[in-house]
Design a protein around this ligand. Structure first.
Ligand code: FES
Length: 146
């Protein structure tokens, strides 16, 4: 590996945390799938959310991409665990890049992780709104029939 890689990148690249997948149809799961147009790399990040507290209980990722993207997604899954959804929306790619000491040309790799977190939260919230919407309209429909 080129020398400009910080040891933290190499550590996360060699021992990525939380690699894997959750069932995307699980109502507690939010899936963020994002791609970097610059290089074609793809990152999937998933969160498992406690429906009542909004806490992110677990997270995992699969990244088809460069070492910095893998390291960024690994860090992202570690950072979101145990946090509230609103909290993780404030995670910036620059913080991840700083943590990993990424060189400027690798900033877009950490951007993938920021985007993936946001996309996962959005997916969860959309799914949740849909399912609660369904259960709310049901009694109305029944009432209308009577
Ligand atoms: Fe594309 Fe790193 S080179 S994500």
């Amino acid at each position: 590996l080129p020398r400009f890689y910080h040891e933290k990148v190499i550590d996360h690249f060699n021992n990525p945390r939380n690699v894997g997948s959750f069932d995307k149809n699980d109502p507690a799961v939010g899936t963020g799938l994002v791609g970097a147009p610059a290089c074609g790399d793809v990152m999937k990040l998933q969160i498992k959310v406690d429906d009542t507290t909004g806490e992110i209980l677990d997270a995992c990722f699969k990244t088809f991409g460069c070492g910095s993207a893998i390291a960024s997604s690994s860090v992202a899954t570690e950072w979101v665990k145990g946090k509230q959804m609103e909290e993780v929306l404030t995670i910036k790619n620059t913080e991840i890049a700083k943590h990993l000491s990424l060189p400027p040309v690798k900033l877009h790799c950490s951007m993938l992780a920021e985007d993936a977190i946001k996309a996962a939260v959005k997916d969860y919230q959309t799914k949740r709104a849909k399912s609660s919407g369904d259960s709310e309209t049901e009694p109305v429909e029944q009432a209308a029939k009577v």
